[in-house]
Design a protein around this ligand. Structure first.
Ligand SMILES: O=C(O)[C@@H](O)C(=O)CO
Ligand SMILES: [Mg+2]
Length: 259
């Protein structure tokens, strides 16, 4: 049975953030994810998860100044101390919510600029080792350049090579089907080949980032493949509903899946 997690940064936005937990549970979800919890006290989020019997599948570590356009600080110059502090902040939320995997964003910086790759590697290693002490996985997500121009981690081969080379047992790949299709295509073969290092999957249609099966991919086929590959992790539903969250949930019921 596949396990779908509602992404509360994109879905259920008809509700206030804290009320999205109950709305997702009422719609049948048993797990949630979102970009960032940091505007709310950890206890408030933990209470919603508990009240609605939801599992926290994933969230992102602090991204720097998001409003100013930052998308992570891991590869940015002069930000290592901030990165270290942000690991501690994320850990507080992970412990309160029971999250077992966190996504570290790399930042908007040219990968070929002096020092960027080694700063990123230092940050990734530090964060993975810190999280590993708490039994938490660190995830790296390649993001396509159309959605996030200038993003450091903008292809799969780089992420795969880094994860393999560092050899840290809790460092894994966040395979977002939407980004993968835009960057490289070949989604099914890549899922099969990369399965040993995949820690989390996300889905949305391509190119509009809406409900599965509304774009250029046959997402039902990909879901069947994930089942056949015995993928036991979560599939984050990281899409913008076309005409209301509840109205767009038919695909999920059709998937006949564990939500
Ligand atoms: O795909 C995405 O955009 C997200 O998973 C994310 O973490 C960064 O925006
Ligand atoms: Mg994603």
């Amino acid at each position: 049975m596949l396990k779908f997690a509602a992404n509360l940064s994109m879905m259920f936005t008809e509700w206030t953030f804290l009320d999205r937990f109950g709305a997702a549970a009422d719609a049948g979800f048993q797990a949630v994810e979102y970009l960032f919890p940091y505007e709310h006290p950890p206890e408030a989020i933990a209470a919603r998860l508990q009240r609605h019997r939801l599992t926290q599948a994933l969230f992102n570590m602090p991204p720097g100044d998001w409003a100013a356009g930052e998308r992570g600080v891991a590869a940015l110059p002069g930000r290592l101390e901030e990165l270290k502090a942000s690991v501690q902040t994320a850990l507080v939320y992970a412990q309160a919510t029971g999250a077992k995997r966190l996504h570290l964003m790399a930042g908007i910086v040219n990968r070929d600029s002096p020092g960027a790759a080694s700063r990123y590697e230092t940050a990734v290693t530090y964060a993975a080792e810190q999280l590993g002490e708490h039994g938490i996985e660190l995830l790296l997500e390649p993001i396509n350049a159309r959605s996030m121009p200038g993003y450091f981690l903008n292809d799969y081969p780089y992420a795969e090579a880094l994860i393999q080379r560092l050899g840290l047992t809790n460092l894994r790949l966040q395979f977002d089907i939407f980004h993968r299709q835009i960057m490289h295509g070949d989604v099914s073969a890549a899922l099969a080949r990369l399965m040993p290092i995949i820690g989390h999957v996300q889905v949305a249609s391509v190119p509009l980032r809406n409900e599965p099966n509304t774009g250029e991919l046959n997402d039902s086929h990909i879901f069947r493949m994930l089942e056949n590959l015995n993928y036991g992790g979560f599939i984050g539903c990281e899409y913008n509903p076309r005409a209301g969250t509840l109205a767009g949930l038919r695909w999920l019921h059709d998937a006949g899946a564990e939500q």
